[in-house]
Design a protein around this ligand. Sequence first.
Ligand code: CA
Length: 385
Amino acid sequence: MAALTVAPFAHADAAGFPNWIAGFRGRARAAGISDRTFDAAFADVRYLQDSIDRDRNQAEFVRPLADYLSSAVSDTRVVNGRDKVGRFANVLAQIEARFDVEPQVVTAVWGMESNYGQRRGDTPLISTLATLAYDGRRGEFFESQLIAALKILQNGDVSPRDMTGSWAGAMGHTQFIPTSYEAYAVDFTGDGRRDIWADDPTDALASTAAYFRRFNWTKGQPWGVEVRLPAGFDFSQTSRSVTRNPSDWARVGVVGVDGRAVPDYGEATLSTPTGAGGPAFLLFRNYDVIGRYNNAEAYIIGVGHLSDRIRGLGPLSAPFPPDERRLLRAERTELQQRLTNAGFSTGGVDGRIGPNTRAAIRAYQRSVGLPPDGHPSYMLLQRLR
Ligand SMILES: [Ca+2]
């Protein structure tokens, strides 16, 4: 992902919004948007201060994974997901036949993104995208989304009035942003419109499957499988660069929670998302496909685990460690600085936990006799203080 450019806020209030729209018209025209489309789209446009407030006040995501999963994959959501798989069995089977993505996986994305259509977002899309493009903090990104949204309107997929979404521009049952919609949305009902906003989720579910297909989802392969580690396990193997087939993992004692070798679904890496004290997973290529939708580790595990629960598997077996909240960016930077000062170079101090920082954490952990899981925990930071 490109680094987030934090530009000075171009505009402090709504005063310049009409002028900005007038200037933007020329750029939209250059991108192929007709005046007719533009006028219809901007007829009722409003400056939405609320969108700017939300964009500027997004909390850092430090919620413990266990907490997150208990709401993202709640028993209610599991039951509702099974109900949806039954209710939409026909259309999900047709989608699976065309895109080779399992009904439970598509349904899990639907559950995570909008609670099965209950939270599709009712913010007028052109208004929020125009406001955020005008605001300028992430102006370039939102202007490209706005252009894509205008193309969708010009194509006749939806009317300006029905084009709603989240404040940040995610639309419909499975929360596509306009550029993703442009690239991946499909008309599965055959009425000529890619309608991801309607109460009928068919086009939205098929569009999600099309997205997964595009990134080479492997049908029949899990996203991940929870595993058990042998006593005295060498945690340096929990690295994205250590890849083995499950039968080879079994040879070093990494087996399913039932004690049997995990079937050879494909190459897998081993991950302990909350460190040595929490659940461990073998992760397959499909894990990265879910990551193309949203690359947050918690989100990927949430979608994957929800899909497993919907198809009848049980809850995770291993408990999460009690004190595993994620580090704030400032704490991650501090951790890197303290590791570096202690002689374990992180190859830079940027608040990002990449392979170099993980290697430095492992080296430090070895030096003090801790399991080298490379996990940037709060306990580790406290120990370094
Ligand atoms: Ca349609």
